[in-house]
Design a protein around this ligand. Structure first.
Ligand code: GLA
Length: 383
């Protein structure tokens, strides 16, 4: 991808990038919608990412280009309005730039910018967090600066919450920032604190991207966020992480049905994350797999963010040899399913899953075999 980035940078901007940064996409391993509830979550940075090249300009102009859109987006040095339509992807780097400036961090006034990516968009693999972190690293490197990793990750979330307008938690940016090859990232979102859980050897990740997306996906995410906060209030805690199953049961009649169901999922899911972490450390893959499947069923039943397409994939995968477990990954309401497998599950297994999907929905999911990878890093420093 580095060569692709450099060649395209030359073609679009007629010069060389001064700095290059890369940030990986991520798989949400377990912990669905636990992050903004203060809970814990496990994720893996993957070997697909966003690469950003940047070269400063002295005229204050900011010229953004990407490999997925033909047009160049040019913004004035003082532009701070959210972009709409086909240029809305610019909101991720622009949001990052603005939150960095608001935090008193020196950023380049003018620049030529290019992002290239091999993270499929809309697959729940968090290409947006990867774009935020790679942009942030590139802006810093252009000024020969650096930041503690935790601060970079928090700024990414802030850009998404305050500029892009999605009330997401710290999962995506945290995993993209703290990923490590052959490991999962464990985040306690209350701190937040970031840890590493080694993966037992011989495991594979498969992602099945349905290319389906609920028309109201952003609104539904915000609605779930609201229902969780409402449930916490009704139970009498600040965030759902502080609630016990007993406290939820005691508050059931005071809560709306929706608030009760969301809380039921979140409280159980946080417990599952902890059990999965212990099972991984003990190498008990059968238990890990069961927890992954239980997580999916809970998302489907209580959080109501699954879909017929995601459910079919999980059911078909569950019956395949070598599959420990499978579940929807990311926000839900469409998107992708991830499966954790042994090497017994291979291309033939993936084909059977595709065929079962085709028989029911008349289309094929994208199949991606993913490996764990390191978190965001600088690939080329300023001269
Ligand atoms: C999206 C958000 C994350 C997290 C997941 C659901 O990926 O960006 O912060 O809430 O959904 O677990």
């Amino acid at each position: 991808m580095k060569d692709v980035l450099i060649a395209r940078f030359r073609a679009v901007h007629s010069r060389e990038p001064e700095v290059i940064a890369r940030a990986p996409g991520r798989i949400e391993f377990i912990g669905n919608h636990t992050d903004y509830n203060g809970g814990t979550v496990l994720g893996a940075a993957i070997d697909r990412g966003v690469w950003v090249g940047l070269a400063r300009r002295t005229d204050g102009r900011r010229r953004f280009a990407s490999d997925s859109r033909a047009e160049l987006v040019e913004l004035a040095a003082d532009a701070s309005a959210r972009a709409t339509g086909t240029s809305s992807w610019v909101n991720y780097p622009l949001g990052m730039l603005l939150v960095m400036q608001a935090a008193g961090i020196e950023t380049p006034a003018g620049f030529d910018f290019l992002a290239v990516s091999d993270v499929p968009p809309g697959a729940g693999l968090s290409s947006s967090a990867a774009l935020e972190l790679s942009s942030g690293l590139a802006f810093l490197a252009a000024q020969r600066q650096s930041l503690p990793r935790e601060q970079l990750v928090k700024l990414g979330r802030k850009a998404e919450n305050e500029f892009v307008g999605v009330p997401c938690g710290i999962l995506d940016q945290g995993v993209s920032g703290f990923g490590r090859k052959d490991c999962l990232v464990h985040i306690d979102c209350r701190g937040p604190t970031f840890g590493i859980v080694p993966m037992p050897p011989g495991l594979d990740f498969w992602v099945f991207n349905t290319h389906t997306k609920h028309a109201l996906v952003d609104g539904l995410y915000a609605e779930r966020h609201k229902e969780c906060m409402e449930a916490a209030l009704g139970i009498g805690v600040g965030l759902l992480v502080e609630a016990t199953p007993e406290a939820l049961a005691a508050a059931e009649t005071r809560l709306s049905r929706a608030a009760y169901k969301r809380a039921r999922h979140v409280i159980d899911e946080i417990a599952r994350v902890e059990r999965a972490t212990e099972a991984l450390r003990a190498g008990d893959m059968a238990l890990v797999g069961k927890l992954l499947l239980a997580s999916h069923r809970s998302s489907r039943t209580w959080f109501e963010n699954s879909s017929a397409e995601l459910d079919l994939l999980v059911d078909v995968l569950e019956a395949e040899k070598g599959v420990y477990g499978a579940r929807l990954t990311g926000g839900g309401f469409g998107g992708a399913v991830m499966a954790l497998t042994s090497s017994q599950f291979d291309g033939d297994g993936a084909k059977r899953v595709e065929e079962a999907y085709w028989a029911k929905f008349g289309s094929k999911p994208d199949v991606i075999r993913a490996h764990t990878d390191d978190g965001a890093s600088l690939v080329k420093e300023a001269p």
